[in-house]
Write a protein that binds this ligand. Structure first.
Ligand code: MLT
Ligand code: MN
Ligand code: ZN
Length: 309
């Protein structure tokens, strides 16, 4: 059995975002209709003792403080954190690594390409190699997640390439298209040793070929990229000039959106995560929220917990 805790449900910027006065950010500041959310990350555990965090959000300090399971219990220094896994090199998924310094041993998993990005930035040397061992993920292979002593956490992962884009901060303005290569963005099938039921975690995904959908069985659960509701949301809300596709995300709605594309794929649970603060599904009484619920989807929130049995 795998325990899953949503540490952060928001997309990059969080909710409210520091410089945003969109309807949802204002509602989150007022604090009655909309609950603030931190940037996307989940924690999973197969033994309830050792925890694997997937994506290290800039809000990780706050997320650890808010999560009982992640508190140190053995003195004088310790942490239930055994490993960190990265699904890409976006700021909202790697900046939290800098807060995990303090000579704590854990393993750090990412694709070879994302590990090289970290390697190329000397600031990540705050995670000294004698404490934090880097391990390259092998795509399309089920592999155990091990802790800093090489002990099996009983968490099993299968990483696989998904359509996405190079991290925003690595974009070459001269380059054509999204600039992504297969190791830039991955999805993860996560389970506990001995169980065939898995959680699929895809917080960033720019397209859904049938080969991805074919990986899931009816007993699996899905946490999927829910950045925007519409393709032109940033433009129509006056908060940006890029479409969802240009940002490397699939909108929820529309003929080619996530709801339509996952329609007909029967799963235990379909949950949106990495939700941008402009997304009207965050407003409890919105027609967009009603549409999502009617479509059989849930909206993740900070602190949401579930079991993959
Ligand atoms: C994204 O998901 O598109 C990125 O987090 C954007 C960013 O780096 O701000
Ligand atoms: Mn993001
Ligand atoms: Zn906003």
């Amino acid at each position: 059995m795998l325990r899953v805790i949503v540490l952060g449900a928001a997309a990059g910027g969080g909710l409210p975002q520091w410089n945003c006065a969109c309807t949802t950010c204002r509602a989150a500041r007022e604090g009655n209709l909309v609950v603030p959310q931190t940037q996307s990350s989940i924690a999973v555990s197969a033994d309830g003792v050792r925890w694997v965090v997937v994506n290290a959000s800039p809000d990780i300090r706050q997320q650890f403080a808010a999560t009982q399971a992640l508190q140190p219990v053995k003195g004088p220094r310790s942490s239930p954190l055994s490993s960190v896994l990265l699904t890409n090199a976006d700021v909202d998924h790697i900046a939290g690594l800098l807060s995990l310094r303090e000579s704590q041993a854990f393993t750090l998993y990412a694709t070879g390409r994302v590990l090289r990005v970290l390697e190329g930035n000397a600031v990540f040397n705050v995670l000294a190699r004698n404490h934090v061992e880097r391990r390259a993920l092998r795509l399309d292979e089920v592999q155990p997640v091990v802790d800093a002593r090489g002990g099996d956490t009983s968490v099993r992962i299968e990483p696989f390439a998904i359509p996405g884009k190079i991290a925003l901060w690595l974009e070459n303005p001269e380059a054509f298209g999204l600039g992504g290569v297969p190791e830039d963005t991955i999805g993860l099938a996560i389970g506990a040793a001995g169980s065939s039921n898995r959680l699929f975690y895809l917080p960033s995904c720019s397209g859904l070929p049938d080969t991805i959908k074919a990986r899931l069985s009816t007993r699996d659960s899905l946490l999927f990229d829910g950045t925007t509701f519409t393709e032109d949301e940033m433009i129509s809300s006056g908060t940006g000039h890029k479409t969802a596709s240009r940002m490397g995300h699939l909108p929820m709605s529309g003929a080619k959106g996530a709801v339509a594309q996952w329609e007909g794929v029967s799963l235990r649970r379909k949950v949106f995560i990495h939700i941008n603060n402009t997304n009207p599904v965050l407003l409890p009484d919105s027609p967009e929220r009603a549409f999502i619920q009617k479509s059989g989807w849930e909206i993740a929130h900070d602190g949401m917990e579930f079991l993959i049995e």
